[in-house]
Design a protein around this ligand. Structure first.
Ligand SMILES: C[S@@+](CC[C@H](N)C(=O)[O-])C[C@H]1O[C@@H](n2cnc3c(N)ncnc32)[C@H](O)[C@@H]1O
Length: 246
């Protein structure tokens, strides 16, 4: 039984974040600091669940996650400014960052939308929302509002949002076609959703069993009624899928 439990822990640690070459003990607590190329997405992992539960582990204790998500080395491969440029955000727009975590993208989105715009930092974790509020105050991001949302619903008002950004989060969302339909209802005419996630090939990111191909995400958005395509070649480890209202 102990052997089975260890096997579950090992496969769990590899499943969502680490790579097979991770040397960190899989029994390390989720909050233990991690360094190295896979640090952004290495953590212990509960079995995947379905329905109104997120797929994978929870993201609690924002301060600890911030050490991984907000480290300066991330900018090199994440290229946040390039992603936000691709989103073609005009001043005054409303942008939702779904699964915004510690708010890594919020300063970029805040600058792009400007004084007359609005940025919604949405997450299922209360502690991430607390951290985003603290960050918005600290960095004087006056047009940012953070709020908790349900696992299965981004809770966007009908036709209220011009752009949606979802980074390293789509693979945590259950019932993705139904979820994409809710995003589509929240978009204004001309609105678009941008999903950024790890390619199958890269060594960075969750275990390959838990990744989604860019093609499958295009298919999910298309089934939800959006016009979807893979765009941009800017990122070394990730793809970008855009879904637009037809
Ligand atoms: C890997 S982190 C990415 C954080 C952020 N997007 C970034 O790039 O730094 C995934 C985040 O998505 C959140 N999340 C997971 N499932 C979610 C869901 N169904 N709806 C909204 N947020 C979710 C988690 O709580 C976590 O903060």
């Amino acid at each position: 039984m102990i052997r089975d439990a260890l096997l579950i822990l090992v496969s769990g640690a590899i499943a969502c974040g680490g790579s097979a070459k991770d040397t960190k003990s899989p029994t390390s607590p989720p909050n233990a600091p991690v360094h190295g190329p896979d640090a952004h997405h290495l953590h212990t992992h509960a079995p995947h669940r379905h329905g109104d539960q997120p797929l994978g582990h929870r993201f609690e204790n924002a301060e600890e996650w911030a050490k991984r998500f907000d480290g300066p080395s991330r900018d090199v491969w994440q290229k946040p400014a390039d992603i936000v440029a691709l989103m073609e955000i005009a001043p005054g727009m409303t942008v939702a960052d779904i699964g915004a975590g510690t708010g890594y993208f919020l300063p970029y989105l805040s600058a792009a939308t400007g004084d007359t715009g609005l940025v919604l930092g949405l997450d299922i974790e209360v502690d991430m929302v607390r951290y985003m509020e603290m960050r918005a105050n600290r960095e004087k991001l006056a047009n940012v509002k953070a709020r908790t949302v349900a696992v299965a619903d981004p809770e966007l008002s009908l036709g209220s949002v011009d752009r949606v950004l979802i980074v390293d989060t789509w693979h945590h969302i259950p019932e993705r076609v139904a979820y994409a339909k809710k995003i589509a209802k929240g978009l204004r005419p001309g609105g678009a959703v941008f999903i950024v996630d790890f390619t199958m090939e890269t060594e960075r990111g969750p275990h390959k069993d838990h990744r989604l191909s860019s093609e499958s995400i295009v298919a999910e958005l298309t089934e939800a009624g959006l016009t979807a395509e893979i765009i941009g070649e800017e990122l070394p480890d990730q793809f970008i899928v855009r879904g637009r209202l037809p």
